[in-house]
Design a protein around this ligand. Sequence first.
Ligand SMILES: N[C@@H](CCC(=O)N[C@@H](CS)C(=O)NCC(=O)O)C(=O)O
Length: 233
Amino acid sequence: MSSPIIRVHWLNESRAFKVLWLLEYLKLDYEIIPYMRDEGRRAPESLKKIHPLGRSPVVEVEDRATGKKKVLAESGYIFQYVLQHFDPKGSLNNADPDKAEEIQYYLHYAEGSMMPPFFIEYLLSMVRNATPFPLSYLTGKVADKISERYSRGETKNQLDFLEGQLSKNQGYLVGGKLSAADILICLPLQMAFSRKTADAKDYPHIDKWLNTVTSDAAYKVAKEKAQANGGKF
Ligand SMILES: N[C@@H](CCC(=O)N[C@@H](CS)C(=O)NCC(=O)O)C(=O)O
């Protein structure tokens, strides 16, 4: 049976990067359909023609013979689908069933527990810069309060958890080797350090792991393709 057509609906500067890296690692052929964020950093309306929520990543998988299409959304589900259908040798999975279940856990964890506090911190940074002085003084104070009461502590909670996991799994999240779990959680951690939500010096295992995983050849190719389609790093 011939391989399906895979189309990645890619929004510049987005989580869709993880999907490029995943597909590159598995040496799959795919097309990138690029979309650019608008001035409010939202996705263009045209993305809603592919999936009603209009978020990226969205992946279309089309059967070459019948033209039947599946539209996949939610990065964790996309990863799960790709592992199940396009990684027959389990190169980003684990032969040990317990470890494979741990990888599944991280596919849910990434968007369920990890992303929300990082996203709130990001929104609060936008709030701080959204208004001119003297209003910015007030909005800044409100943003600081929300951060202090919830998101700063909660991002620390997530980072402490991941630092602990990486310290006891031979440098990777699961089973001492690169898996889909590492690819899925890498980008928010890079952003946490680059946006100074956290200091890399406080998280030596995460810092070392980031250096290791971002040296992967497939990561570099995905990055070049992302940059060629409006991504910034
Ligand atoms: N939970 C979704 C989140 C998707 C999402 O929010 N993507 C962002 C890009 S990182 C987006 O499309 N933002 C554009 C918008 O909200 O208009 C996933 O895991 O894929």
